[in-house]
Design a protein around this ligand. Structure first.
Ligand SMILES: [Zn+2]
Length: 86
């Protein structure tokens, strides 16, 4: 690896949404509260590996959880999922 990457302290880098957690986010939890949001609306939480289970079960218990996607896949998905490949 010899590319130039932004520093890890980059304030733009997403961190976990769990209370008090400062770890970099690895997962995107997409959710929707049908009492507040239209069905096509998606709220997102970010989660590190450690809190993915905790946060997703919190949403799932309430029936809000729609999707759990790796952050890298979420960001690279504006045109739909890429073909599985190579
Ligand atoms: Zn976390």
């Amino acid at each position: 690896m010899e590319g130039v990457f932004p520093p890890l302290e980059d304030p733009e880098s997403p961190i976990c949404s769990a209370k008090g957690c400062r770890l970099p986010a690895v997962w995107v939890l997409a959710w929707n509260n049908p009492k507040l949001h239209t069905p096509d609306r998606r709220k997102t939480w970010l989660a590190c590996d450690e809190h993915r289970e905790h946060l997703s079960s919190f949403l799932d218990m309430r029936g809000f959880l729609k999707d759990v996607v790796r952050l890298e896949d979420w960001e690279s998905e504006p045109n739909g999922p890429q073909a599985p490949g190579n």
